[in-house]
Design a protein around this ligand. Structure first.
Ligand code: FES
Length: 158
């Protein structure tokens, strides 16, 4: 799994701030996030980005691990259908997400905590929109209570 240990919690104390782990495809959404940064498009600082070579590389176990280790939500960003550099990686990601969403629902984890978006390298503004929207939705839901203390998450993500 990518190194979750390189991520730190945005806020240690005070009011609830959602902690979102984002798996961004190297060829599209990661570049779009970079574009958003260089274009000074501000988005919520609550996401911790993990770069993957393709959305199809995101194993469901990565998502479960992130949630189990204290993330309040998980976002996956991949190339638009037909644009995957590995042909079908994003279709694979989509199929996994459909199944995983059902499982998470059965476990009582709200749908808004897990999201897949197609964001091309040119869509910096979409990164901002999606991230801000997800952060607000997860903020409204409150912390994901899986029994992981804030301090433990901060330590894991540090
Ligand atoms: S290379 Fe971007 S989703 Fe496959």
């Amino acid at each position: 799994m990518p190194e979750l240990v390189q991520i730190s919690s945005p806020v240690e104390e005070g009011p609830f701030e959602p902690r979102i782990v984002a798996f961004f495809c190297n060829w599209c959404t990661y570049l779009a996030a970079d574009l958003a940064g260089t274009s000074r498009l501000k988005y919520a600082p609550n996401i911790r980005v993990i770069r993957v070579m393709c959305s199809g590389r995101v194993d469901p176990q990565f998502i479960l691990d992130a949630l189990a280790k204290g993330a309040d939500g998980v976002l996956i960003g991949g190339c638009h259908p037909g644009d995957c550099h590995y042909q079908e990686g994003n279709y694979k990601a989509y199929r996994r997400v459909v199944v995983l969403k059902r499982m998470l629902h059965d476990w009582g984890i709200e749908e808004d905590r897990f999201r897949l978006e197609w964001i091309s390298a040119a869509e910096g503004d979409k990164v901002r929109t999606v991230v801000n929207d997800m952060v607000e939705k997860v903020r409204a839901l409150g912390p994901l209570k899986l029994g992981v203390p804030q301090e433990e998450f901060a330590e894991e993500m540090a």
